[in-house]
Design a protein around this ligand. Structure first.
Ligand SMILES: NC(=O)c1ccc[n+]([C@@H]2O[C@H](COP(=O)([O-])OP(=O)(O)OC[C@H]3O[C@@H](n4cnc5c(N)ncnc54)[C@H](O)[C@@H]3O)[C@@H](O)[C@H]2O)c1
Length: 252
């Protein structure tokens, strides 16, 4: 039980990577508040609870401060502390700068970047009061390398890597570690809209070896395992790191 007695908030937990992080954390003894804008989260958390996990769904739009404060208050009322925050929620709106509206650009930055500022700002005081904590932010291989017709998303993920480093520096002496996981292509529906611009996911993945030298896509649980490591005491000397979990995508 690598997270025994710990309490975590995972954002974007209704499905995909956030769901698997919540499940993996719960398997290791962590109590988890699964936050998501989507009501799918209710059913997802119910299924995990029935399997014995100590998880709770909270509906939140993490790009809005009122919603964020409600989520953190709910967690503190229930558990009295927050040891781990996983900032995972994001959206992926494709397009070059000529294809994106100002509204879609702003929404990308509100959900992908501002949410991490709002969530961390709300949680860090509780971590300071509790003597420390771990924050894991979801970046992307796109925190390091760009892709065509994905300008808002790619640049938001670059910002997340540097925000993680800035926060790591500011709280290093308070026993709060902040790290950034940077996945390659993970098997969720997240990339579908972008892939449609290039003939669809099946077409793009025909040449998966050109994208990922390991020759396959990544399973959400493989990202969850990286999050578990970074959130646990096993990573006690790791802060400000960008951890690529990308099947070798960025090697060349
Ligand atoms: N899937 C990939 O290939 C991939 C690759 C690199 C990085 N990532 C990153 O991993 C994270 C999770 O991606 P995923 O593949 O699981 O995506 P997903 O679309 O399956 O899940 C994202 C979740 O975030 C929620 N969400 C969106 N906006 C929200 C908001 N404003 N407030 C609260 N919840 C909100 C959605 O409802 C959804 O449940 C993202 O940060 C993404 O950028 C994914």
């Amino acid at each position: 039980m690598r997270l025994s007695g710990k309490t975590a908030i995972v954002t974007g937990a209704a499905r995909g990577i956030g769901y698997h992080i919540s499940k993996r954390f719960a398997e290791e003894g962590c109590s988890v508040v699964m936050a998501d804008l989507s009501v799918e989260g209710e059913e997802a958390s119910r299924q995990l609870s029935e399997a014995g996990a100590n998880v709770f769904y909270y509906r939140a739009d993490v790009s809005k401060n009122d919603s964020v404060e409600g989520l953190v208050s709910f967690t503190l009322e229930k558990f009295g502390k927050v040891d781990i925050l996983v900032n995972n929620a994001a959206i992926n709106i494709p397009g070059s700068i000529l294809e994106l509206s100002e509204e879609l650009w702003d929404r990308t930055y509100e959900v992908n970047v501002k949410s991490m500022f709002l969530m961390s700002r709300a949680v860090v005081p509780a971590m300071l009061a509790g003597g420390g904590g771990a924050i894991v932010n979801l970046g992307s291989a796109n925190s390091y390398v760009a892709e065509p017709r994905l300008a808002a998303y790619v640049s938001s993920k670059g910002a997340i890597l540097m925000l993680s480093k800035a926060m790591a520096l500011d709280f290093a002496q308070d026993n709060i570690r902040v790290n950034c996981i940077c996945p390659g292509w993970v098997d969720t529906t997240f990339n579908d809209r972008h892939a449609e611009l290039f003939g669809g996911s099946a077409e793009v993945l025909k040449n998966i070896r050109d994208i990922h030298p390991i020759g396959r896509t990544i399973q959400p649980v493989e990202i969850a395992n990286a999050a578990l490591f970074l959130a646990s005491e096993e990573a006690s000397a790791i802060t400000g790191a960008g951890l690529l979990v990308d099947g070798g995508y960025t090697i060349k």
